[in-house]
Design a protein around this ligand. Sequence first.
Ligand code: DAH
Length: 325
Amino acid sequence: MDKKIDKIKEEIKCYHMKTYDDLETFRIKFLGKKKGVLTILFQELKKISLHKRKIFGKIINDLKKEVQKKIFNYKNDITNEKIIKYDPTIPGKSIKIGSIHPLSIIQNRMIDIFIKIGFTYVDGTEIEDDWHNFTALNIPIYHPSRDMQDTFFLQKNPDILLRTHTSSVQIRYMKKHRPPFRVLSIGKVYRNETISSHSNFMFHQAEGFYIDKKVSFSDLKQTIHYLITSFFGKARIRFRPSYFPFTEPSAEVDIYYNSGWLEIMGCGMIDPKVLKNVDIDSEIYSGFAFGLGIERLSLIIYNIKDIRMYFDNDVRFLRQFKSEF
Ligand code: DAH
């Protein structure tokens, strides 16, 4: 009898439970009304002498308390969620998967729009040299953007800098490829400007250019029109004559928004001097180019007041944006 008791004691002690079902199996195994291990022992007590019955009665009672204690403790554990109860009807825990950054949404959309009309997407480099960023684009040596106050130079003589615009991609691409081509590139550009709600030391630009025989200003206008209507459906835009060293003629495009005109891009016909710098014969080929501020466009699309919100990394702001608009 002693050995049997020890075995049962050991079994109770080591019994491992994970779920409510385990708990119930455990209870029935030891305290089940008919076949419970302890229930049977209690019944057997009747058959032994009074003296022994008292001794064993106490031992079996202690075992019963042991079982009850274990059940009580495990129930607590389960409610404390230490033991996982499997209930297929409980809704699953949702996994937070993040969302696409609003500026990336616009970039992706823009790539889609231009791929449709035969443009190729290329990436540029954010670190540039003077030639690609300024000289080859016909930006004169005295131009203010070449000033230390306006450009982040990483090195002087030879000048290495953080590109101030994506127009440098034009030079890189045109050096390597022969026309005809239609190219779109989007990325970060850097300017040494005071940070205000409407500017930042870094922002995103989209650069597009198209070179072929007989490309004219009307192709440029039509392409910009296509871009704007793809984004906004109907919108009022205007072309305002402007000046850029790398285009002739040049224009700026404004969009009518919040009862005023907001400038969103610069554009023009690529200056023959730029084509010469990349060995493209301007007697045979002509082309247009444009550079568009992604943040500016996004202000209109999302009605955002402060561009810096894009870079604060506040998830409460960022998770509001959906891929489709
Ligand atoms: N690079 C100009 C800027 O950053 C924008 C621009 C204007 C790009 C006219 C162009 C262009 O390609 O043709 O302000």
